[in-house]
Design a protein. Sequence first.
Length: 154
Amino acid sequence: MKRIVFFLGVALLLTSCADDFVYESNMPIEGGVWDNKQVANFEFDIQDTVSLHDFFLDIRNGEQYEFSNLFVFIEMEFPNGKVAVDTLECPMADPQGNWYGKSGLGDLYDNRIIYKSRKQFPLSGHYKVSIHQAMRVNPVEGIYDVGFRLAKSK
């Protein structure tokens, strides 16, 4: 009986800690070298035009990444064909050179950067998000994965 209560408690704890994600996908960057012509493309369908959503970029970098930030261009294509373009600065390290993000395996760091907060989708349908690096140096070394995550706001 104690085992059942324990496992139910753990299951409840894990489900209560999970956020209400709608979409999540990552694209690996081959060899950790991201050229500005290499675009990370993500596509998803939205039916809910009432709820508020949070948009995130997930970036995995290694210690050999030589900058304290990463600039990216983000294009979002709406179901009606219109396109919105944004430039986002992703902080990667503090002024002393300490990496942000959770340390993963070895010298890899996982960063989740908020892109938009508490936004409503204006249309239901198929959306496309394209992300490419916008640094002055090309290519940039030390970026291993680029991801997009969409979650319902809390």
